[in-house]
Design a protein around this ligand. Structure first.
Ligand code: PEP
Ligand code: MG
Length: 768
């Protein structure tokens, strides 16, 4: 049977109707108001490819080396072509169309969505990348169903299965066809409080279709209802500037400005709230746990579009607190204070900045030249002037890192944090005062280096091992993301449960080529350079899919480039930090910059729609408009993709209102640079390191004002500088209403909890 009705589907029909179909069927059978629809079963797809005799050709076509991007692209095109060019047998097409006739009045607009079957869900990352078509009618339906089938062979999906060794022939796909609700009002509802689990229903509501609320492009009204008394405790009416609607002529979903009469008008009346609350309670009862529901109201009727469990964490928070207690957390910012070390013997040799937490003991390996790197054995402690991208493999083997130079935002600090290797940076004289082979113990919290390798049993167990194996992250309204600089750290970063990557620096990928981009291209060609970028970014985008990954275009100062092959052509600058870097260099050399943009375009083409573009070191609207123009020239549609800029100079903070007119989706505070430029303190100069203060009132004023302006103009705000990992900064930002915070890998858990604490306080303050 090619189709089954949602009414007849149950949760255990997953193999026939896929995850989406099964969940909608389950809700329908529970008597909840789900828009009508049917599923083109997984068996229909299977018979289609087998009866047409294209199955073997299809599987052969996608049997390619997943690391070869060109082969992957070709495989995808061939598979897509095979499926969409093969006619669906008349009998099957007739059944699908007959079902469509029964959905509405024969002219209904339907949503057509792929629904992956259980076998194809080895992890959630694959599920998110399948196709959805909205506002489809009879004339397009069969083609759209075929497109959904073909979505099994997107470049991403082929890459994913080939990499995991998951056979393409074992994969099936179903397609859900469901009437669209032309919502007048819509939103989301948490059936219990999302962070405390209390019996309070939180409803967010806006005008028009739900995409606007779900995608965060509109600030919705917020209603808090006490489930016990049924009282609406608070109703916060937002200024809703835009809405999504179905265009009456084309049937497409379009953005519209909300008329003055409705902008600041309350969306839901008491009766509608009461009906949503009743629905929320039924859904929660049905599933036996709190749910996060998408709903819509059309012609007075309330519909449920989707429901997922909320993982509230009050129990887990306590469990974690206990685990941290057991691990001896002395309450430091990052939760890794080394109690054992502070009591340890061993004379103090040196002090520096504790740049990556943890304690390490081992033999010092003084590294002065790159060709000594193979001398670094597992468990050694690297002692060097400053680390370089070529050192990353040796840094992974090392137990710890010590550098003479650099601050908390130096290469050594960033990379060792991402690798989870304890580090002390900026000691000034480590390479001179520590002897090669000398046993030492370093404390990456306190920034100390002591003589002698402290016995292993004295070292404290890393906090990760003391935590529950599968930590459940706190549910917070402010997203907590993670910073990534080396693609090798992606897996570790994703395991934190972060809501995405707030900053993926590509400098380390480029610098690790060992040549400047111009030299690399001269030697290996443009394609090879683009491929390197695509591969580096893809690893992270894949690991996080469908969570968003904000990738920043190149921002390497000339002194870093100078150390590479080809570096002799770099300009000699008096102060590279104030010089030829970031967007100013990219705008000056568009021919080189376009290769970076081409890498983004390729990633979008491959299906990595979770990638976001971010431009560094912009100063004003002109910088932003010019960057946007280049993005368009490279074939990236700024209306379709999420993009934004870093706010790293006082100029950009002061000009943010004008910059927003370019259509930015977000800005992200680069507090490492914003602090250095606001306070005139070179971030790499240890002589003024004591004056480097990201919490300085001037820096906070710039940040606070920028958030305020951005909230007025509907631009999301974030932080991706080092200060985002500091509790005081987290408190300040959440208070101000920042949209997301991106922290270092080792700080994500603490930031999640800090955000939750501040949000709870804000909620309590608002109801008192
Ligand atoms: C910053 O300036 O805060 C930032 C995140 O960028 P980078 O450290 O790479 O300059
Ligand atoms: Mg910066």
């Amino acid at each position: 049977m090619p189709v089954v009705w949602l009414d007849d589907v149950r949760a255990d029909d997953l193999g026939t109707v896929g995850g989406k179909g099964a969940s909608l069927g389950e809700l329908t059978s529970a008597g909840l108001p789900v828009p009508p629809g049917f599923v083109v079963t997984a068996g229909t797809y299977r018979s289609f490819i087998e009866d047409a005799g294209i199955d073997e050709e299809l599987f052969d076509a996608v049997d390619v080396d997943h690391e070869d991007s060109a082969a992957l692209k070709e495989a995808h095109e061939r598979a897509h072509e095979l499926i969409v060019n093969t006619p669906v047998p008349d009998s099957v097409a007739e059944e699908i169309l007959a079902a469509y006739e029964d959905v509405g009045d024969g002219e209904a607009f339907v949503a057509v969505r792929s629904s992956a079957t259980a076998e194809d869900l080895p992890d959630a990352s694959f599920a998110g990348q399948q196709e959805t078509f909205l506002n489809v009618q009879e004339d397009e339906l069969i083609e759209r169903v075929k497109e959904c089938w073909a979505s099994l062979f997107s470049q991403r999906a082929i890459y994913y299965r080939n990499r995991k060794g998951f056979p393409h022939r074992d994969v099936d796909i179903a397609v859900v066809v469901q009437e669209m609700v032309d919502a007048e009002k819509s939103g989301v509802m948490f059936t219990s409080h999302p962070s405390t689990g209390e019996p309070r229903i939180i409803i967010e509501a806006a005008w028009g279709l739900g995409e606007a609320v779900v995608s965060g492009s509109v600030s919705p009204d917020n209603y808090v209802v006490d489930r016990t008394s049924g009282e609406v405790e608070t109703a916060t009416v937002a200024d809703k500037k835009m809405m999504m609607v179905k265009d009456a002529e084309t049937g497409q979903t379009v953005e519209r400005e909300v008329g003055d009469d409705k902008r600041s008008k309350r969306v839901l009346d008491e009766d509608e709230i009461a009906r949503l609350v009743e629905l929320g309670e039924r859904v929660e009862d049905h599933y036996g746990e709190p749910q996060d529901v998408e709903w819509a109201i059309y012609e007075g009727d309330v519909y449920m579009l989707q429901s997922r469990p909320i993982t509230t964490i009050s129990d887990n928070a306590e469990q974690e607190a206990a685990a941290r207690e057991a691990a001896g957390d002395g309450g430091s910012d990052n939760g890794q204070t080394g109690q054992a070390a502070s009591q340890s013997s061993g004379d103090m040799l040196l002090r520096g900045l504790g740049a990556s937490p943890g304690i390490a003991a081992g033999n010092a390996r003084i590294i002065t030249k790159l060709d000594h790197l193979d001398q670094v054995a597992e468990g050694d402690i690297i002692v060097t002037e400053m680390t370089m991208p070529d050192m990353v493999p040796a840094m992974k083997r090392a137990a710890g890192i010590v550098t003479d130079e650099g601050g908390m935002t130096s290469h050594a600090a960033i990379v060792s944090r991402e690798l989870g290797v304890p580090a002390v940076v900026g000691t000034g004289s480590g390479t001179r005062e520590i002897a090669d082979g000398q046993p030492i113990t370093i404390d990456g919290d306190k920034g100390t280096i002591r003589e002698g390798a402290q016995a292993k049993e004295e070292q404290r167990e890393p906090i990760e091992e003391a935590r529950p194996k599968t930590p459940v992250k706190p549910m917070t309204a402010t997203e907590v993301k993670v910073n990534v600089s080396i693609p090798e750290a992606a897996e570790r970063a994703a395991a934190t449960g972060a809501d995405g990557v707030g900053l993926l620096r590509i400098e380390h990928m480029v610098l690790s080529l060992g040549k400047t981009p111009a030299k690399y291209i001269a030697d290996n060609g443009e394609r090879a350079y683009i491929e390197e970028l695509v591969e580096g970014i893809r690893g992270v985008a894949e690991e996080f899919y469908p969570r968003p990954v904000r990738v920043r275009t190149l921002d390497a100062p000339t002194d870093e480039f100078r150390q590479l092959e080809g570096g002799e052509d770099e300009p000699r600058e008096h102060n590279p930090m104030l010089g030829y870097r970031g967007i100013r260099r990219s705008l000056d050399k568009p021919d080189l910059f376009k290769h970076e943009l081409e890498a983004f375009r390729r990633l979008y083409e491959m299906g990595y729609d979770n990638v976001e573009v971010m431009f560094p070191l912009v100063n004003d609207a002109e910088d932003v408009f010019r960057a946007k123009e280049l993005m368009k020239e490279a074939g990236i549609d700024p209306e379709k993709r999420e993009w934004g800029v870093m706010v790293e100079t006082p100029a950009s903070a002061l000009c943010v209102g004008d910059m927003a007119e370019a259509g930015l989706d977000f800005v992200s505070f680069g507090t490492n640079d914003l602090t250095q430029y606001t306070l005139a303190v070179d971030r790499n100069n240890e002589h003024v390191a004591g004056r480097f203060d990201e919490l300085h009132p001037a820096v906070l004023k710039l940040i606070g004002d920028t958030i305020e302006t951005c909230r007025e103009v509907g631009v999301k705000t974030s932080i991706c500088g080092q200060a985002g990992s500091k509790p005081q900064m987290v408190q300040f930002l959440v208070d101000k209403g920042v949209s997301s915070i991106s922290a270092n890998i080792d700080a994500v858990r603490d930031v999640q909890h800090e955000v939750k604490r501040v949000e709870q306080r804000l909620v309590l303050d608002s109801v008192r």
